[in-house]
Design a protein around this ligand. Structure first.
Ligand code: NAD
Length: 499
């Protein structure tokens, strides 16, 4: 059986840890590999290597750093098929979706290629007599990223592409459930010309995360995962004086106004609710039709469309989605379906008990659809993270607007309508970080930034775009005066002003 370990200083590093995590093939339910769950001693080796490598990397001019990033982008394209198969094999998402996962990361890599321009500072000439002021962005040093299972290519790249481009060294702690792609990305970076030690990958679980949060040489931590852990990481990292940004869970709503194009809306909701088996933080697991007429028409079309979905193994080119990531996660999703029934929601389609011939032990679930879900239900309040769509009927625009606004999560939201006035007003008022107008999954493009509100995001800088550059640098401002004609200025005991 394959054993995965750390990647430190440009090669695989052995750990003395006796703890291992199972990596499943979600299509068959079998354990296909094991990953070491590393120790604080392992992290110490990785950080020492990064501290040494970072100095020369930060001193490499930005254009040269950009060339390495650009070559990495080229290698991603060359290895797209290999990476997508590797990703699907451990995660379970279908190959086409794995390519999307890699592509969205690649687009952040492309953005990072512009780092010479993005790092330019500000300058004021003549701020006072003979005085100029300029500010520059400097790398933080060694920084770390802790990532979830559901985007094992994209989310590491959200983090390390800007971090490396800015001149930092990066310690990546990927999810222990699908660490192969992150390891392969690290190898490709070396092939692209990144000096050994500038990016190290450490494997592990809470013990390794805690070691990262407590390590004095790690200056910033970026985290993406579930909200309780995001909040914990934010608190412990900040208490240790680090810069921290933590993206958490989600429960995104799709509001459907009576004037929406229902066929297009249903097509959009299918992909957003059930794509990747619902294991996306920007999935759309709640649909809110306004008015019972809209709700009844929508329900009829949703049932027909969901019954037409094909659930298959991740290599099935015809499948709309594949298995969920683990047996434990499948059981958790099933328990939420039961909770919805017990809470009195109307179970229209039940995805439990689905079995794929020849893959009876795979972690598959058919589409589930609930109608008449209400805001007080726990199954509505919690993130389920599976192929489960909940319909909450609203009787007015205001009632529909208040649902996502009052929900504890605030990652993404979408509104489907032909009414520009209503859409604009909704986007303006809704208490959610990312809004789609007739766009079901409004993940911002690489040159904007990604971040949710409320329990979906802790910290004040978002992922990638200019916020990525801001997060991985600190500003230094220099105020300079050069002697003018040899005159000595008078002593002054007051705070300097521009008066
Ligand atoms: P998770 O919170 O279980 O794990 C995330 C990371 O935290 C992993 O690297 C894991 O090893 C580590 N971890 C797990 N338990 C820990 C603990 N007790 N202490 C410290 N670290 C711990 O999340 P997941 O199941 O891998 O991913 C799914 C979650 O991530 C969902 O909630 C989803 O909404 C969220 N997510 C959010 C975004 C976003 O940008 N907002 C993007 C993708 C996923």
């Amino acid at each position: 059986m394959k054993h995965l370990s750390h990647f430190i200083d440009g090669h695989t590093a052995i750990s003395l840890s006796q703890r291992f995590g199972d990596i499943f093939d979600p299509n068959t339910g079998a354990v296909q590999a094991r990953v070491v769950l590393g120790t604080p001693d392992d992290l110490q080796v990785a950080v020492a290597s990064a501290v040494t490598a970072q100095k020369a990397w930060a001193a490499t001019n930005p254009q040269r750093r950009a060339r390495v990033i650009f070559e990495f982008k080229r290698l991603l394209e060359v290895h797209m098929d290999e990476l997508a198969h590797m990703l699907s094999q451990e995660h379970g998402k279908v190959i086409s979706d794995s390519k999307g996962d890699i592509q969205r990361g690649l687009e952040v890599v492309e953005f990072a290629c512009g780092i010479p321009h993005l790092l330019k500072g500000e300058h004021t000439q003549g701020a006072g007599p003979g005085i100029d002021v300029f500010s520059m962005r400097q790398a933080l040093g060694v920084v770390a990223g802790i990532t979830p299972f559901n985007f094992p290519a994209m989310i590491p790249m959200w983090m390390f592409a800007p971090a490396l481009a800015c001149g930092n060294a990066f310690i990546l702690k990927p999810s222990e459930r699908d660490p192969s792609v992150p390891l392969r990305l690290a190898e490709l970076l070396i092939e692209a010309g990144l000096p050994a030690g500038v990016l190290n990958v450490v494997q592990g679980d809470k013990e390794m995360v805690d070691a990262i949060l407590d390590h004095p040489d790690i200056k910033a931590v970026s985290f993406v995962g579930s909200s309780d852990i995001a909040q914990y990481v934010y608190g412990r990292g900040a208490a240790n004086g680090k810069r921290v940004q933590c993206m958490g869970g989600a429960k995104n709503h799709g509001i459907v106004l009576p004037d929406a194009d229902l066929d297009q809306t249903v097509a959009d909701i299918m992909g957003a609710a059930y794509g990747s088996a619902g294991e996306r933080c920007m999935a759309l697991p709640v649909v809110v039709p306004v008015g019972d007429k809209t709700a009844d028409a929508l329900r009829e079309k949703l049932v027909a469309a969901a019954q037409g979905l094909r659930v298959g193994v991740s290599t099935d080119a015809e499948a709309h989605y594949g298995p969920v990531v683990s047996a434990a996660h499948k059981a958790r999703i099933e328990s939420y379906i039961q909770m919805g029934v017990d809470e009195g929601a109307d179970l229209v389609l039940d995805g439990r008990g689905f079995s794929l011939q020849g893959h009876e032990n795979g972690f598959f679930l058919a589409p589930t659809l609930f109608d008449r879900v209400t805001a007080g239900m726990k199954s509505y309040q919690d993130e389920i993270f599976g192929p489960v769509l909940q319909m909450v009927r609203a009787q007015s625009f205001e009632a529909a607007l208040s649902l996502p606004s009052r929900h504890p999560y605030g990652n993404g939201v979408a509104i489907f309508t032909r009414n520009g006035d209503a859409a604009r007003s909704f986007a303006d008022q809704v208490e959610v970080g990312m809004v789609g107008i007739n766009v079901p999954i409004p993940v911002p493009v690489a040159y904007h930034s990604f971040g949710g509100w409320k329990r979906s995001g802790f910290g004040d800088l978002n992922q990638y775009g200019m916020d990525g550059v801001r997060f991985y640098t600190r500003v230094k401002t220099v105020t300079q005066r050069w002697p003018q004609g040899g005159a000595v200025s008078d002593q002054s005991f007051i705070i300097p002003t521009m008066a």
